[in-house]
Design a protein around this ligand. Structure first.
Ligand code: 9MR
Length: 476
C-alpha cells in the first residue's frame, strides 16, 4: 500500500519560498517528502470527506485548468451549467448539454457531483420572474422544472442545492418571485419535488453569510429544525463561505455543529477568501491560515462532509467582476501556481509536514492489517460477479460491524494469482503489485451500525482467478 503523503506541487514550493509565511509552514515545505504527489481530494478521502471545485465547461479545454482540477479535487459543482437559465431557458424546453459535459467529465475522473441549483432568484429566465403567474401555476412550473432537471440527473449526483439564497441578512425571507407569489411554503414544496425526482441525491439548502451565528443563519437553522419536525426531506445545509481576508468567523465550527445537531449534513460549498489586489506575501500568508482554519472547522464536525472551492484558479474567479479591487481568492494563481493557501489547506487535511523520519516515510506494508479506532469496526466481503477470457468483474461489500457509526473505511487485500484491477467505481483505488487498497468515496464512507455499501471493479487475470483471503477492513 502506498501511504498518502501530501506534497505541494513544485510551484507551491516556489510560491511559499517567496512569501513570509509562518516559519512552521516554510519548514514543512522544505522538508516534506513523498513518493507520489497527492491531491487535496485524496487527502480528504482518507478522512472520509471530499475537496471539490466549481467547474466551468468553457475552461475544460484548457489543459492546465483540467489538469489541476482532475489532480486536486474529488468532487465538482457545475459553476453555471445546471442553473435554471441554462436548463430551462424557455418554458418546457430543457437543455442539458453543459451539465451533461460536467457530469461525464467528473465520472471519467472519479469525482462526485453536487448539483447547483434548482430554485434561485438569480440566473432565472425572465419568462419565470416576469411571467405574472398565479401561485398555483408558478408552483407547478417550479415542480415541473425540478422534476425534469433532477429527473434527468437521477442517480448521478451526490447532492442537489435544491433552494439557494432564500433569506435576507436580517433573517426575513428574500422577496423573490417564488416567495412573493407562492409564499413561505415554496421551499418545502421544492424539497418534496426534488426527493420525488431523485431519491438518492442528498438535498441541500444553500446560502451565503450563514457561516457564523447571526440573524440569517439562525433563520435558516429554524427552518431546518421545522423541516425535520415536519418530515420535509432535507439532508444538508450548504454554507457558501465567500469570505473576506482575515474574516473567518470565530464561531464557524460551533455554527456548523449546531446545524449538524439537527440531524443534517453540512458542507462548505463555494469557498473563496478574497483580498484587495494586488496580493503580497503578508496577505497570502493570512489567506493560508484562513484556509487552514476553515478546513479544520469542517474536519472537527463529524457531519461536515466536504469543502468545495468556488473555482480552480484566480484567473477565472467571479470575485473581481463583482467586487472591483478584490481578487486572488482561491488556491491557485492566474498561472496555476499553488499559493500558500494550498499548503494551508493541505496541512489541515493531514498532509505530512514533518522532517523525513522512518515513521513518516512512505511504506509498503500490504501484509499488515489496517486497524480501526476503538468501538469502530467493519468487514469486507469479496465476490467474483462475472468472469470471461482474461477479464473479470468483482464486488466488495463493506459493512459496519460495530456499535458506532463510522465515517470512512479502508479495504485491503492481496491477489493470489497476479490479477490486477483495471477500473474501480464507488471507491478510491491504490494498487502496488498484488496489493490493493481501496478507500471510500466522499459519499459512501459514512455507515450506520449494520449498514453496508458496495464498490465494484473490473480486473485482468490469467491462469487462475482465485479470490483473495484475507480481505481486511479498517473503519475510521
Ligand atoms: O461563479 C458564478 C458566476 O460565474 C456567475 O456569473 C454568477 C451569476 O450569478 O454566479 C456565480 O456563482 C454564484 C453561485 O451560483 C451562488 N452563490 C454565489 C456565487 C458567486 O456569485
Amino acid at each position: 500500500m502506498t501511504k498518502s503523503v501530501f506534497r505541494p506541487p513544485a510551484t507551491a514550493l516556489a510560491a511559499l519560498a517567496a512569501t513570509a509565511l509562518a516559519a512552521t509552514a516554510l519548514v514543512a515545505a522544505a522538508t516534506t517528502t513523498a513518493s507520489a504527489a497527492t491531491g487535496l481530494g485524496q487527502l480528504a478521502a482518507a478522512k472520509g470527506r471530499y475537496i471539490g471545485t466549481a467547474l466551468a465547461n468553457n475552461h475544460l479545454g484548457e489543459s492546465a485548468y483540467a489538469t489541476v482540477a482532475d489532480r486536486e479535487f474529488n468532487s465538482v459543482t457545475p459553476e453555471n451549467e445546471m442553473k435554471w437559465d441554462a436548463t430551462e431557458p424557455s418554458r418546457g424546453s430543457f437543455s442539458y448539454g453543459g451539465g451533461d459535459a460536467i457530469v461525464n467529465h467528473a465520472q471519467a475522473h472519479g469525482q462526485s457531483v453536487r448539483g447547483h441549483t434548482l430554485v434561485w432568484h438569480s440566473q432565472l429566465p425572465s419568462w419565470v420572474s416576469n411571467g405574472g403567474f398565479n401561485a398555483a401555476t408558478l408552483t407547478s412550473i417550479m415542480q415541473n422544472h425540478i422534476s425534469n432537471v433532477a429527473g434527468h440527473y437521477k442517480g448521478k449526483l451526490y447532492a442537489w442545492d435544491v433552494v439557494n439564497e432564500a433569506f435576507n441578512e436580517d433573517g426575513t425571507r428574500r422577496q423573490s418571485v417564488f416567495q412573493t407569489t407562492i409564499g413561505d411554503g415554496y421551499i418545502a414544496t421544492a424539497f418534496q419535488a426534488a426527493r420525488a425526482a431523485d431519491p438518492t441525491a442528498k438535498l441541500y439548502y444553500n446560502d451565503y453569510n450563514i457561516e457564523g451565528i447571526n440573524a440569517k443563519s439562525t433563520a435558516v437553522y429554524n427552518m431546518v429544525k421545522a423541516f425535520k419536525q415536519q418530515g420535509v426531506p432535507i439532508d444538508g445545509v450548504g454554507f457558501q463561505t465567500h469570505l473576506i481576508l482575515g474574516q473567518v468567523p470565530s464561531d464557524l465550527q460551533a455554527n456548523l455543529q449546531r446545524f449538524a445537531d439537527l440531524g443534517v449534513d453540512v458542507a462548505l460549498t463555494e469557498v473563496d477568501v478574497r483580498m484587495q489586489t494586488p496580493a503580497d506575501s503578508g496577505k497570502l500568508a493570512t489567506q493560508s491560515s484562513n484556509y487552514n482554519a476553515l478546513t479544520k472547522a469542517c474536519l472537527n464536525v463529524a457531519r461536515c462532509v466536504g469543502i468545495t472551492l468556488w473555482g480552480v484558479t484566480d484567473k477565472y474567479s467571479w470575485v473581481p467582476d463583482v467586487f472591483p479591487g478584490y481578487g486572488a481568492p482561491l488556491l491557485f494563481d492566474d498561472n496555476y501556481n499553488a499559493k500558500p493557501a494550498y499548503t494551508g489547506m493541505g496541512t489541515a487535511l493531514g498532509g505530512t509536514t514533518s522532517s523525513p523520519s522512518p515513521s513518516a516515510s512512505p511504506s509498503a506494508s500490504p501484509s499488515t492489517s489496517p486497524s480501526s479506532p476503538p468501538g469502530r469496526s467493519c468487514s469486507a466481503t469479496y465476490r467474483t460477479v462475472n468472469q470471461w477470457n482474461t477479464g473479470f468483474q468483482g464486488e466488495v461489500t463493506v459493512a459496519n460491524t460495530g456499535a458506532s457509526a463510522i465515517g470512512g473505511w479502508t479495504v485491503i487485500w492481496a491477489f493470489p494469482n497476479g490479477q490486477t484491477v483495471t477500473q474501480l467505481w464507488n471507491g478510491t483505488l491504490s494498487q502496488s503489485g498484488a496489493n490493493v487498497t481501496v478507500r471510500n468515496m466522499s459519499y459512501n464512507g459514512s455507515l450506520a451500525p449494520n449498514a453496508s455499501t458496495t464498490f465494484g471493479f473490473t480486473g485482468d487475470w490469467s491462469g487462475a482467478n482465485g479470490a483473495p483471503s484475507p480481505v481486511t477492513c479498517a473503519a475510521s
